[in-house]
Design a protein around this ligand. Structure first.
Ligand code: GLU
Length: 450
């Protein structure tokens, strides 16, 4: 245990004020204890010390002009964390909360998540503290172009391939790709999550949500259970939440909640997917408007949330899918879920449960699929997009979906079997972390001190 403490203390000194990053590192190191204790080689090769240090971090100014003619300035980031298994791969997040700590924790998680997919992709992440909410199309375009005016020199189809994350969808990827192409003259597969009109892959948009539901399905199957007829709580109202809800319906479950930054929606008969898509994908308005179409639903504004957590986790259900953002599910939320009879949690977001909440799930021995395993379907399908671009092919929806299912099944089995190998069969946190770590660490050793 002392190396965990020592590593965190050292990080606090050398990388100050990065709470989310320490949290992600601590969670990984906690699980790695059994493998580090029995394998001298990782210590000898200073694997932990090297892994927690990004290979490269880029921070840059992003100036742009708003619709009133005023100059605005944001902070841009790209962390190229680890390339042992392939080109840096990971999304870009545009959200006012973005800072060096958030990007670093996301980049760190991405290393292990990408390793778990079994595909040749390293870990990276980036973004900006830019708030796309309320911005015009022109403002979004000018921001994206300015962002790429710096980032273009650091990325490439075999070196670093960004994609979307919170606040970055097909529109933003389009503007960034256009500027990259103009600056470099190359029509490269340098981004994933592209439009289907010019190099995108079918199923990429749906992949994180679908994958997260497939993961839940595989966990349940091992318990002789299924999704059919299960009541589900989903948080978020973005891409991940919407396609989680879509796949839950397809597999016979009943998703009754979703949420955005202003509040939570509860619709006992089931969230109406068509209305949700219209509000969030087409009109991009607040969830509260849902009530105008479905007066029998309930809306709980953020101001009415419990002081120690989030309204969305306080409804009775058998399954929970946190698909919003980091630390959105507290220890008290986890206790409320258990008290209400939850049997499984599959995380569509990155690190949505606090460390204490994870402890509650593990102690209760419910099916708990941690984000880096359960939400890996997005990045895995990104790699399928890269493969199609590189081979100048386009695969059908059914082909990509089938590959996604196989990848999610392999991730689940790998996490489950690794957990069993280390004597904690139900602990997919331990299983996922060790399986991801082992692959990256062994590749790093084979590639020498770089
Ligand atoms: N942002 C997604 C994630 O957290 C996808 C990254 C990608 O497709 O590169 O994994």
């Amino acid at each position: 245990m002392t190396y965990i403490h020592d590593t965190i203390v050292k990080l606090q000194k050398t990388s100050p004020a990065q709470a989310e990053f320490y949290q992600a590192v601590e969670e990984i190191l906690d699980s790695l204890q059994p493998i580090l204790e029995t394998n001298e080689k990782y210590k000898k090769h200073a694997i932990i010390e090297r892994m927690v240090e990004p290979e490269r971090q880029i921070m840059f100014r992003v100036p742009w002009v708003d619709d009133q003619g005023n100059v605005q300035v944001n902070k841009g980031y790209r962390i190229e964390f680890n390339s042992a298994l392939g080109p840096y791969k990971g999304g870009l997040r545009f959200h006012p909360s973005v800072n060096a700590s958030i990007i670093k924790f996301l980049g760190f998680e991405q290393i292990f998540k990408n390793a778990l997919t079994g595909l040749p992709i390293g870990g990276g992440k980036g973004g900006a503290n830019f708030d796309p909410k309320g911005k015009s199309d022109g403002e979004i375009m000018r921001f994206c172009q300015s962002f790429i005016n710096e980032l273009y020199r650091h990325i490439g189809p075999t070196s670093d391939v960004p994609a979307g994350d919170i606040g970055v969808g097909a529109r933003e990827i389009g503007y960034m790709f256009g500027q990259y192409k103009r600056l470099t003259g190359n029509y490269d597969g340098v981004f994933t999550g592209k439009s289907l009109l010019w190099g995108g892959s079918l199923v990429r948009k749906e992949a994180t949500g679908y994958g997260c539901v497939y993961f839940a399905q595989y966990m349940l199957e091992d318990q002789n259970q299924s999704l059919a007829g299960k009541t589900c709580l989903v948080s978020g109202a973005g891409n991940v939440a919407i396609y989680t809800i879509e796949k839950l319906y397809e597999l016979g479950a009943r998703p009754v909640t979703c949420s955005d930054s202003s509040g939570t929606l509860y619709h006992e008969t089931g969230i109406n997917l068509a209305t949700l898509k219209e509000l969030k994908e087409v009109r991009k308005v607040r969830l509260e408007e849902y009530l105008q179409h479905h007066p029998d639903a309930r809306y709980i504004p953020v101001s009415d949330y419990p002081a120690d957590g989030h309204a969305v986790w306080r409804f009775p259900a058998e399954l929970a899918f946190p698909c919003a953002t980091q630390n959105e599910l507290t220890e008290q939320d986890a206790q409320a879920l258990i008290a209400n009879g939850i049997i499984g949690v599959s995380e569509g977001a990155n690190m949505p449960s606090t460390q204490d909440a994870v402890e509650v799930f593990l102690n209760a021995k419910i099916c708990y699929g941690p984000g880096k395993a359960a939400n890996a379907g997005g990045v895995a399908t990104s790699q399928l997009e890269m493969a199609q671009n590189a081979s100048m092919q386009t695969w059908s929806f059914a082909e990509v979906d089938e590959k996604l299912k196989v990848i999610m099944k392999n991730i689940y089995r790998n996490a489950r079997d690794t957990a069993a190998e280390f004597g904690e069969p139900h602990n997919l946190v331990l299983g996922a972390n060790i399986a991801g770590f082992r692959k990256v660490a062994d590749a790093m050793i084979e590639q020498g001190v770089v």
